[in-house]
Each structure stands twice: as structure tokens, then as C-alpha cells.
Design a binder for this molecule. Structure first.
Ligand SMILES: O=C(O)CCC(=O)C(=O)O
Ligand SMILES: [Fe+2]
Length: 219
């Protein structure tokens, strides 16, 4: 399941992040890519060890953690390895797959949080390869695409302007995307029943099934 989540950041947070990044020092992105992804990675990114990176990482992580849609669809165990990347004119990231592990954490879900307004740059779409063709994404600033880390993906060349994003990886409580999808749908239905009718017997039974499956599938 590929999911678009709008307004992860408030306008104030977005402005803060973008302003902070405008004064930052960016380095070659190849330093954090796997040995094969390095061959096609052509961007620059905020130095991970800088104080600014730690501050912005905490901000983005907190924004993702408070988002209910992300919580129910992704079931995060930990949001790890956030990077702030910049693609200037001519930069791109060719087709690749993300490493299964980053340090000790597994990458089950990848995300791109768009930080530049789409009308400030040309090209730079995130393209995810699905069984029925390529899907192309270029969201409003502050919104994110969330997709299984198992999928091939790329960033199209930027032809004008600059594309600023925060990308990162999540280890989910449930590694299998199809199991996550079942849990997400059950959770969505039970919340909808609760909103309409309150804590009915149907709500209780769906909650029981959701909890029992989560217990069964979580690692
Ligand atoms: O910038 C993006 O949207 C995705 C970048 C990416 O695929 C990566 O950093 O592994
Ligand atoms: Fe990637």
C-alpha cells in the first residue's frame, strides 16, 4: 500500500525547517547509500551529525509520531535514519531499492516528506514501481508519501529550481505489508463504527480481532 498523508507538518513547522535548511551545510548524498544505490544517487544532504540535523530530525519524528493515519497504517516500532536531502538542477536518484537494515533497525516502510512547494521546481517526482506500472508523486510541502521499503523507486531529475525533502525509514511492529493492510482496514472500520454508534458490540468484536491479529503478527 502506498499512502499519501497530507499536512504532517504545521505551516509554522514547515517554515522553521525550510529556514533552518536554507542556512545549512549540505554534503554529497552518496555517503549514506548502499553500495549499489550509490551508483545512481546524485543529491546533497544535511550532515547527519550536525546539531541542526539532530534538531530537525526530532521535529520531523515528533510530527510523524502524532499523525493518527501514519500510526494506524504503518504501526511504527521506531522511526529511524531521517535524512534531509536537496536536489538541485540536474540532480536525481536513479532506480534502486533501500537497504533492508540501517544499523540495527529494519526498514519496512520508507517515506518522503516534501518540503518544497511543487510549483517552485520542475521534475523531481518520486516514482515508485508497482506491479501495474510506475506511480509518480510530487506532493504539497508538508505532506508525505509512505511506501513499503521493498519497492523499487527513483527520483526524476530536477530540471529547474530545487527540491527539498526529508526522507526516512520506519521499522514497523508488523513487517508484512499485506498484514499491515488488514490491520489498517480493521482499525479504520472500528473507528468509523465508534464515531457513528459508540462502543457497540460490533466495535468490541472488531477491536478484539484487531488486537488479536496484532498480537499474532507483531515481532
Ligand atoms: O527523495 C526521495 O523522494 C527518495 C529518496 C530515496 O529514495 C532515498 O533516499 O533512498
Ligand atoms: Fe530510496
Amino acid at each position: 500500500m502506498i499512502l499519501a498523508i497530507d499536512n504532517i507538518l504545521t505551516p509554522e513547522e514547515l517554515q522553521f525547517v525550510v529556514e533552518s535548511l536554507s542556512q545549512a551545510n549540505f554534503v554529497d548524498g552518496k555517503t549514506t547509500a548502499g553500495w549499489h544505490a550509490k551508483l545512481v544517487k546524485n543529491n546533497i544532504q544535511l550532515e547527519k551529525t550536525s546539531e541542526r540535523s539532530v534538531e530537525l530530525t526530532d521535529l520531523v519524528k515528533a510530527a510523524l509520531e502524532r499523525n493518527l493515519l501514519l500510526k494506524t497504517a504503518v504501526l511504527p516500532k521506531i522511526i529511524h535514519s531521517i535524512l534531509f536531502s536537496r536536489y538541485e538542477k540536474g540532480m536525481s536518484y536513479g532506480s534502486h531499492t533501500d537497504n533492508a537494515f540501517m544499523g540495527k533497525w529494519r526498514s519496512d516502510v520508507s517515506f518522503t516528506l516534501f518540503l518544497s512547494s511543487p510549483n517552485t521546481y520542475s521534475g523531481g517526482e518520486l516514482v515508485v514501481a508497482t506491479m501495474d506500472g510506475d506511480r509518480s508523486y510530487k506532493l504539497e510541502a508538508g505532506s508525505a508519501i509512505v511506501y513499503p521499503s521493498s519497492m523499487l523507486h527513483r527520483v526524476e531529475p530536477v530540471t529547474e529550481g530545487a527540491r527539498l525533502v526529508a526522507v526516512g525509514w520506519i521499522q514497523s511492529l508488523v513487517r508484512d505489508p499485506s498484514e499491515r493492510e488488514i490491520l489498517f482496514e480493521l482499525d479504520t472500520v472500528r473507528r468509523s463504527i465508534f464515531a457513528k454508534e459508540g462502543k457497540t458490540l460490533e466495535f468490541d468484536l472488531l477491536s478484539k480481532t484487531h488486537s488479536n491479529l496484532l498480537r499474532k503478527w507483531a515481532d
